[in-house]
Design a protein around this ligand. Structure first.
Ligand code: UDP
Length: 320
């Protein structure tokens, strides 16, 4: 197949591009380098079947042309990272809603299969752990900017499902749970690369809040493997899937793990949320996926577990 990846120079997009090429597919990568980086795809530039365009998804003539030339669209281009979202809420909402709107509109003209990358953030403050795809979404109030991200992605999901229902555009929605691995920078606030960089530099490891909040981290290779399998499974169309790893860890324990695996002397410090983000910031206390639906459909089982993930991220930063 020939795949268009929006956000193809991003962290997940570049890994997906590489995996598709390794499996004999062709890739068109579209990225405006807002948070993506040309370094992420420089090793792919000479490969047969790979082409890229540095452009925004909102450049509709370019987008339409690339969609025409593709069999499937992986729409990964989005504003990501809680720090960025809190600091630039207008950009977040406009990028996420408008980008998806134009991708679906143009894909619909030729009825090309579209995968919409959503997020575990849509579960919001729900405490119904582990989160199932059919569970209620529990958002915080609109003055708290963090929730704009969840809402923008929930709108993307609604719109994609509406295209499927009303216009029979084939869509698949995936909710990614804290995806981590090499090439994720931490520049936009993601916790694992931030902790690893801090530990390697001997700087304090900054746990926000009291550190009892938990996350489940998924290796990027497991995520892209699931994405490639899903587009080859006709029964995935019109459905929503969690992609994650069920193993849960508190952020305080993650800090301890990173410190141990890097053999760092860094102190672990706690920083109140108000200082880390903004006054009144609300975090999600727990975030764990139910991966039963994905397991049943494509036999999904995450292969890389947290210690190995952390070691790979450490290796990546050491080499840089
Ligand atoms: N976090 C932290 N220290 C940091 C960055 C993040 O303690 O330097 C916390 C953050 O408050 C959240 C968790 O780590 O509870 C995961 O944050 P991240 O931004 O990676 O992803 P999120 O799950 O919030 O989307």
């Amino acid at each position: 197949m020939r795949a268009l990846i929006t956000g193809g120079a991003g962290f997940v997009g570049s890994h997906l591009a590489e995996t598709l090429l390794d499996r004999g597919h062709e890739v068109l990568a579209l990225d405006n380098l807002a948070t993506g980086s040309i370094d992420n795809i420089s090793h792919l530039k000479g490969r047969a079947g790979f082409a890229y365009a540095i452009e925004s998804v909102t450049n509709e003539p370019v987008l339409a042309e690339l969609i025409d030339r593709s069999d499937v669209v992986f729409h990964l281009a989005a504003a990501v990272g809680v720090k960025l979202i809190v600091e630039e809420p207008v950009h977040t909402i406009e990028t996420n809603v408008h980008g998806t709107e134009v991708v679906l509109k143009h894909a619909n003209k030729k009825k090309k299969l579209v995968v919409i990358a959503s997020t575990s953030e849509v579960y919001g403050k729900s405490t119904a752990v582990p989160f199932r795809e059919d569970a209620d979404l529990v958002m915080g109030p609109t003055p708290k900017h963090r929730w704009a991200y969840a809402c923008s992605k929930a709108i993307d999901e609604f719109l994609a499902l509406a295209y499927w229902k009303e216009k029979k555009l084939p869509v698949i929605i995936v909710r990614l749970f804290n995806t981590v691995g090499p090439r994720q920078t931490g520049q936009y606030g993601m916790v694992l690369p931030t902790f690893v960089r801090q530990a390697l530099a001997g700087h304090p490891i900054t746990v926000f809040g009291d550190g009892t909040q938990s996350r489940s981290f998924t290796y990027v290779g497991d995520v892209v493997d699931a994405l490639v399998k899903l587009v080859q499974e006709p029964r995935a169309v019109g459905e929503v899937f969690n992609i994650g790893n069920g193993a849960e860890i508190s952020i305080a324990d993650l800090a301890t793990k990173v410190k141990a695996l890097t053999r760092s002397e860094s102190p672990i410090v706690t920083i109140p949320y108000d200082q880390a983000y903004e006054a009144g910031f609300e975090d999600m206390p727990r975030r764990v996926p139910d991966i039963g639906k994905l397991r049943t459909l494509i036999g999904y089982e995450p292969k890389v577990q947290l210690d190995e993930i952390v070691c790979r991220v450490i290796d990546y930063f050491r080499k840089r």
